[in-house]
Design a protein around this ligand. Structure first.
Ligand code: MTE
Ligand code: HPA
Ligand code: MOS
Length: 791
């Protein structure tokens, strides 16, 4: 009996609820360990003139005060795509909180006190804080990219309808519960071992080696698990690792860096805010004829992953819909905020929301049902023309239309629209809205080289198995799924298989656990390693063990590994326990170890031409949300959500449904109540859970139906599964659309200008501006919020 397809609990579930699952700060300090903290830049832009650490250095317990001058390496800049980011500020200050001085002390308390005692002299310059200013000043990161197809000018010249608009979406904090954290332990031969809360052990290893001027072979990076990553630890776990490693190398003592929550929120990058101009042309039925969009993102001060995130936005501008003539232009802007970075969806949400907004607006303008308009525009499986993306990839073997139809039926959509309309006529207190949105999320890193994984499998003589891959566990259940895949390979119980701590010592040159491809890459690599071992095992079994058991010649094709036994399927009476079999195999000098490698076939994308096949396949789905908004406070309640996704044949349905629910709610947070507020100097004001509101348990939809659709056409990928980590986040967009729908129903006419997030204040301002057009909209929150308001 295979465990594949079973909802086994997360392999750390017991540890999570009992508190025995260790995170970085739970690791017992080594003797003489130092606590490390840092002084961050007090201004968003300017120059560092001097550092006065006299008082700090005189404090008892302060062991080291280090600056960029103490970095032993010759390289001064790092970065995953462009090397443009300094490890520590030398002169130019680029964002508030940018690390300048590293302090090591014998206790946390002394380290914090020393940080406070260090005086910086800085000369401020004018920071670039809005996308408009960045565009005006030509302050960019990387080149401007374009994806296009068809004759845009002709389509706009002849279209019966068209409109233009601007859509702004705000950023989002990853809000992992374990802040950035790292412990570095000095070793022999100039080496260092770092325990990092990172999605990207290889990148951490490489950046530490560069900063210290040592070889990658002298750095080992380990990660047992993260208390959440959500993209925020794909690249940004490198800076704390550099600080810890620098102290470890300089002092020859173990060094611990644990960011405080506020500190983490202030100085690390987030989801990219976007400002997008669009133009859409359509016919009387609501069929899209042409779309022309220009996306700009706030990339923050350094390139980090911004060009890659923008690429994914551009590749998701079509979402689930066929756009006959299209031009998508994208440019990341260099601004004075922490470098914005990966966040679940990786630019996808910012692209998807544009086309979903356009479709809703088309429906409103034509007084048509928004679901009908979407259905009319979805990709059509089997029709190669209406199934090809703007970048030339065929969307094969999908069930997008079927998903929408099934969801409309099971959610009783049409009857509920009627009920909502009558509610809105009779209720003086609240207004209701409903909306559907879809997702077609491309699975693969858009940088081809990252689509690889390797795995190490050790089988022991008692029949137990250790598996190590480059994948990292952040709560998403990767380890549990790989355990199931490996147990299945040997026909043994999952209890016999353990996933070992991720370490660059066992798995080298690995990709970050990102792009939702963790199981696809590492799971398949683990299977390849198991196949190697099984190959040796079956040869041994057929040649030496079961010979003579029947009259037939030995054949590897007949050796089975099932239910804890090994046998020849022509004579299953003579079976041997897997554990005894492993012991015999070793005695016969059979290699019981394997290293597997997997590279995703067929993916390639040319970013110069904007054409290619960037994705191995697509994870798809749709969602319908119904909301109620208080007309007098703007407060919104999500009454009901129905989700339907094609996530392939699930390896672990319990984990996948958890990912769908968690992803959706996180997307809903981005769209509704997570609001990053900055002051006019670029300082983040919402720096903790008291001021930054992620969805809480009372925000979860009262009725929340989650289902998956069985797609027999999906036959590729590991065990016919599909990646699930990021796609459901973008279904949260239907809540934002439902809010807009509610306000539209209140007073149809002009399109609804709704900012993102649609907070209670934003909803109220929106209602006020529609019901009292001669009154100015209610004031919004300070800083960024004032810039928004068009969508
Ligand atoms: N789920 C949990 N519980 N915690 C996380 O940090 N990160 C998400 C998603 N689900 C995350 C999560 C992101 S951004 C990605 S890319 C995927 O998990 C990564 O893991 P996978 O590729 O193994 O799905
Ligand atoms: N997704 C997530 N992370 C990434 C990607 C991507 O496409 N490319 C590089 N890092
Ligand atoms: Mo996920 S944003 O690809 O780490």
């Amino acid at each position: 009996m295979t465990s594949i397809g079973k909802s086994l609990p997360h392999d750390s579930a017991h540890g999570h609820v009992t508190g025995t699952a260790a995170y970085i700060d739970d690791l017992t300090p080594l003797a003489d360990e130092l606590f490390v903290d840092f002084v961050g830049a007090p201004i968003a832009a300017g120059h560092l003139r001097s550092i006065d650490a006299t008082v700090a250095l005189g404090m008892e317990g302060v062991v080291a005060v280090l600056t960029h001058r103490d970095l032993p390496g010759t390289k001064r800049l790092f970065g995953p795509i462009f090397h443009d980011e300094p490890f520590l500020v030398a002169d130019e200050i680029s964002y508030i909180g940018q690390p300048i001085v590293v302090v090591a002390a014998t206790s946390r308390k002394v380290a914090h006190a020393a940080v406070k005692a260090i005086k910086l002299e800085c000369e401020a310059t004018t920071p670039i804080l809005t996308i408009d200013d960045a565009i005006r000043l030509g302050s960019y990161l990387g080149p401007r990219r374009k994806i296009e197809r068809g004759d845009l000018d002709a389509a706009f010249a002849t279209a019966p309808h068209q409109f233009t608009g601007v859509l702004e979406s705000n950023g989002q904090e990853q809000f992992y519960f374990e802040s950035q954290a790292c412990i570095a332990i000095p070793g022999e031969d100039g080496s260092v071992r770092v325990h990092s809360s990172t999605q990207n052990p290889t990148e951490t290893q490489a950046v530490v080696a560069e900063a210290l001027g040592i070889g990658m072979h002298q750095v080992v990076c380990e990660c047992k698990r993260m208390g959440g990553g959500f993209g925020g630890k794909e690249t940004q776990s490198a800076i704390p690792a550099v600080m810890a490693a620098l102290v470890a190398i300089k002092t020859k003592r173990s060094a611990r860096v644990i960011y405080g929550k506020d500190q983490d929120m202030i100085c690390t990058g987030k989801r990219h805010p976007y400002k997008t101009k669009y133009r859409a042309a359509f016919d009387d039925d609501g069929r899209i004829l042409a779309v022309d969009v220009e996306l700009h993102s706030n990339g923050g001060a350094f390139a980090d992953l911004s060009t890659s995130v923008m690429e994914r936005s551009m590749l998701h501008m079509d979402n689930a819909y066929y756009l006959p003539a299209v031009r998508i232009v994208g440019q990341a802007c260099k601004m004075n905020y922490p470098p914005n970075t990966a966040f679940r969806g990786f630019g996808g949400p910012q692209g998807v929301i544009v086309i979903e907004s356009i479709l809703q607006r088309i429906a409103q303008q034509l007084s048509k049902d928004a679901v009908d308009v979407r259905r009319l525009n979805t990709y059509r499986d089997g029709d190669d023309l209406a199934n090809t993306t703007p970048y030339g990839q065929l969307v094969k073997d999908h069930m997008i239309v079927e998903t929408i139809d099934q969801l409309v039926a099971t959610s009783d959509y049409h009857n509920r629209v009627a009920t909502i309309n009558s509610h809105n006529v009779t209720s003086r207190l609240t207004v209701k809205g409903i909306a559907l949105s879809a997702i077609k999320f491309g699975i693969s890193f858009t940088s081809k080289f990252l689509n690889q994984g390797n795995a190490l499998v050790n089988v022991y003589t008692d029949g137990t198995v250790q598996v190590s891959t480059g994948g990292t566990e952040m709560g998403q259940g990767l380890n549990t799924k790989i355990r199931q895949l490996v147990a299945d390979q040997f026909g043994i119980d999952t209890d016999q298989v353990l996933l070992m701590t991720t370490s660059t010592e066992k798995n080298n040159n690995t990709s970050p656990t990102a792009a939702s491809a963790g199981t696809d890459l590492n799971g398949q690599a683990a299977i390849v390693a198991c196949e190697q071992i099984r190959g040796a095992m079956t040869r041994f079994a057929s040649e030496k063990l079961f010979l003579g058991g029947n009259d037939q010649p030995p054949s590897v094709d007949h050796i089975c590994f099932l239910d804890g036994f090994v046998f020849d399927d022509r004579n299953s009476a003579k079976k041997i326990a897997f554990s005894a079999f492993c012991d015999l195999a070793r005695r016969d000098r059979v290699d019981l170890g394997g290293r597997g490698f997997y590279a995703t076939p067929g993916v390639d994308f040319n970013r110069e031409t904007g054409q290619g096949t960037p994705f191995f396949y697509f994870t798809t789905g749709a969602a319908i949300a119904e909301v109620t908004i208080d007309r007098f406070t703007g407060e919104m309640t999500v009454d009901r959500v129905d989700l339907l996704m094609d996530v392939g044949k699930m390896i672990n349905p319990g984990i996948d449904i958890g990912q769908i629910i968690g992803g959706f709610v996180q997307g809903m947070g981005w769209c509704t109540n997570e609001e990053l507020v900055y002051d006019s100097t670029g300082k983040l004001l919402s720096t903790s859970p008291t001021t930054y509101k992620i969805p809480n348990v009372t925000d979860i939809p009262a009725v929340f139906n989650v289902a998956t659709i069985d797609n027999p056409k999906h036959v590729i990928n590991v065990s016919r599964s599909k990646a699930v980590g990021e796609p459901p986040l973008m279904l949260g967009i239907c809540v934002w659309l439902a809010a807009k729908d509610a306000i539209w129903r209140l007073c149809a006419g002009e399109p609804v200008q709704m900012p993102l997030p649609a907070t209670a204040e934003a909803n109220l301002a929106c209602i006020a501006s529609r019901l009292m057009p001669c009154h100015p909209p209610a004031p919004l929150a300070p800083g960024h919020a004032r810039e928004r308001g068009r969508g």
